[in-house]
Write a protein that binds this ligand. Structure first.
Ligand SMILES: Nc1nc2c(ncn2[C@@H]2O[C@H](COP(=O)(O)OP(=O)(O)OP(=O)(O)O)[C@@H](O)[C@H]2O)c(=O)[nH]1
Ligand SMILES: [Mg+2]
Length: 323
């Protein structure tokens, strides 16, 4: 930060790419605080299009002015090229604004839905942006930081069937066309420990927290419509979380009961990957055949000896390629 020539800087980039987080971190590094702007810096959200107008922040110690800006999302690129017009026009004002520059960035903040439990025997979806098939008998909680209706289907064949006819009751479960569903690709998620985020590029993410041990071994599988891109990461909530602590002064006085909730950050273990690409597998393979494309049978059928997410090496994870 000290090396930057003084002056004003616009922070620009795609929606949800971390612009406001960067500004916020730089403000935290600025020792003397502020001459103008919000004392706490910009708001940050896992949902795209959170910043709705330009905001200036002056960093007094280094003579920099940072201007946080709303993100942009090209109308016909990536997930915005795939989402249905009806979907863009309905609840998710956020997508509408992000995909249509004419309307400016009139986004509405959205609530993150509460965690829920799902029986993993079936197929779970948010907005038809992905269809998750957990190993049989698996139970998991989800936390949704993505716009779309949650739905559970009996199996993947049922998804194809319902998508082709789209009766009124289920139409709103699909944010993408039937064509995109027909061109769906199948993937396997490599073995993981603890909570993961399914990151839907440009749209948000869903946190998956398994709450049962796997009865028969097996891996999580994902079916992803054409035009949607998904990566998996160790859940962001493992790294950024709130904790009750007692302020330093009171600690010195020997008081032990915590009084304050503070944001905490745990640093990333850089000896292992925290992001992975998914493993593509052919549609017609049996589950066992598909899993063996990812790991030897002995790995997914045995219980891991790791005692924590920190200890689990993510050894079958694949570094995502930058496109
Ligand atoms: N994994 C990871 N997540 C990050 C990082 N920086 C920010 N995030 C997360 O990414 C999400 C989006 O961050 P923001 O700073 O709101 O992104 P933005 O670019 O300002 O988004 P818009 O205002 O919507 O355009 C939040 O959930 C952040 O916690 C990072 O370095 N690594
Ligand atoms: Mg922002």
């Amino acid at each position: 930060m000290q090396k930057l020539p003084s002056g004003a800087y616009f922070v620009v980039g795609e929606v949800n790419s971390g612009k406001s987080s960067l500004v916020k971190s730089m403000i935290a590094l600025d020792k003397k605080g502020f001459k103008s702007g919000n004392r706490f810096g910009p708001g940050v959200s896992p949902l795209p299009c959170f910043t709705r107008s330009e905001k200036k922040y002056r960093l007094s110690t280094v003579g920099l002015t940072l201007i946080d800006t709303p993100g942009f999302a090209p109308r016909n690129k990536g997930v915005y090229g795939t989402l249905l017009k009806e979907y863009l026009n309905k609840v998710p004002k956020v997508y509408k604004a992000a995909s249509d520059g004419k309307n400016g960035h009139k986004c509405v903040p959205l609530d993150i839905k509460q965690a829920k439990r799902f029986n993993g025997e079936r197929v779970f979806s948010v907005g038809g942006l992905f269809f998750l098939r957990p190993p049989s008998g698996n139970v998991f909680k989800i936390r949704q930081s993505l716009i779309g209706e949650q739905a559970i289907y009996k199996n993947i064949e049922k998804v194809f069937e319902l998508s082709s006819t789209r009766p009124k009751a289920v139409a709103k479960q699909f944010a993408v066309s039937h064509d995109a569903i027909l061109k769906m690709k199948r993937f396997v998620i490599p073995p993981f420990y603890g909570n993961i985020d399914l990151v839907v590029k440009g749209a948000g993410f869903v946190t998956i927290s398994p709450t049962s041990s796997k009865e028969n071994g097996g891996l999580y599988q994902l079916y992803v419509p054409d035009g949607v891109e998904i990566l998996v990461r160790e859940s962001i909530f493992n790294f950024i979380y709130k904790m009750k602590v007692r302020p330093e002064k009171e600690q010195k006085e020997g008081k032990t009961h915590p009084t304050k909730k503070l944001h905490k950050m745990r640093s990333v273990n850089n000896k292992k990957l925290v992001f992975t690409e998914l493993y593509p597998v052919e549609m017609n393979l049996s589950d066992a055949e598909a899993f063996q494309k990812v790991v030897p049978y002995s790995v997914f059928s045995s219980n891991s000896t790791a005692k924590s997410q920190e200890e689990f090496r993510n050894e079958y994870w694949k570094q995502p390629s930058l496109k």
